[in-house]
Ligand binder design. Structure first.
Ligand code: ATP
Length: 297
């Protein structure tokens, strides 16, 4: 197992740069929304509730004209399933997430949620059904309570505390001198990396979305907090369609589906056991042959 997680951890360091781009997602959304508002928002649907089935149908996309970053990606996630995204750096994992959340629109194929093409759903509405727990938690200058409330602005103090309890964040907050009223400055300089993650989980719990995007943390979190995070995440993921950029073997193993991306293509797709049986790229990773080896070599 250790052999497997090591190459993934190395990759993770490189993912961070790109993922921090979505870390301030909410802010970015605001900026982007202004631009697209007039283009499609008029006719687009606003959904009160979604089940959370997600389908990619031959999806392709390129940042640059004439060069595909993702090619022909097809898979279907049922509501509540966990989908692990695995693959070397530059494979397109982050890009796939960005298409799902409509940072960018696919250039070919179709992405649907509950059978409805996502281009026909208002961007802001689409994202209100999603929550992100990333390595870099976006915290603004305000109290811990306000930072959790950001998940759902009309939440009561009781609901915030309830979400924090489910997220395993309550106990550390309660131990702080100012508790929920503690001010967070400079992106939360007074609290640890792991505690920031717990706040992100609490915020997502409060938002109560049908779809989750998780980027597993990889570094510098103490064991006790790590266990709390894992437990909080498990509670959060229950009953939600979860896309995990996964670094931990345990997470990957438990996923309903693993998407192995390489060079923008869906190289392998299946459960842990299925992929091991195939004896390809994933199996090679698992057996510690490193990520540079080509599938089938
Ligand atoms: P990592 O594990 O390093 O995060 P990834 O699998 O998430 O990689 P992506 O971030 O989706 O990969 O990147 C896929 C490809 O698209 C890479 O070659 C990357 O350089 C390129 N790319 C990513 N974002 C942009 C962008 N905004 N403009 C142009 N190219 C981009």
């Amino acid at each position: 197992a250790r052999q497997f997680t090591r190459p993934l951890n190395d990759l993770a360091n490189q993912w961070n740069t790109l993922l921090s781009a979505i870390a301030g997602a909410e802010r970015v959304f605001e900026i982007m929304d202004e631009e697209v508002e007039n283009k499609d928002e008029g006719k687009a649907a606003k959904l009160d509730k979604i089940e959370g089935s997600v389908k990619f149908d031959n999806v392709s996309f390129g940042y640059d004209e004439g060069r595909n970053t993702l090619s022909d990606i097809s898979f279907e996630a049922k509501p509540g399933e966990t989908i692990a995204l695995v693959g070397p750096t530059g494979a397109g994992k982050t890009t796939l997430i960005q298409l799902l959340s409509r940072f960018y629109d696919a250039s070919g194929g179709k992405i649907t949620i509950d059978g409805r093409e996502i281009g026909s759903i208002q961007r802001e509405n689409l994202r209100s059904h999603m929550a992100f727990v990333l390595q870099e938690t976006f915290l603004f200058e305000g109290t811990i309570r306000e930072n959790i409330r950001y998940g759902r602005l009309d939440a009561t103090d009781e609901e915030i505390e309830e979400a924090a309890k489910l997220a395993n964040a309550h106990s550390f907050i309660a131990r702080l001198q100012d508790g929920y009223d503690k001010m967070l400055n400079n992106g939360g300089s007074g609290i640890s990396q792991g505690q920031k993650q717990l706040l992100a989980i609490a915020r997502a719990m409060l938002a109560d979305p049908a779809i989750l995007v998780l980027d597993e943390a990889t570094s510098s979190i103490d064991t006790v907090t790590e266990i709390k995070i894992q437990q909080g995440l498990q509670r959060l993921m229950k009953g939600r369609t979860s896309f995990v950029i996964a670094h931990r073997l345990n997470t990957i193993r438990q996923a309903d589906q693993i998407l192995v991306l390489k060079d923008g293509g869906l190289l392998e797709h299946g459960s842990h056991d299925e992929l091991l049986k195939q004896g390809g790229f994933y199996s090679g990773l698992y057996h510690g042959q490193g990520v540079e080896g080509e599938a089938g070599d």
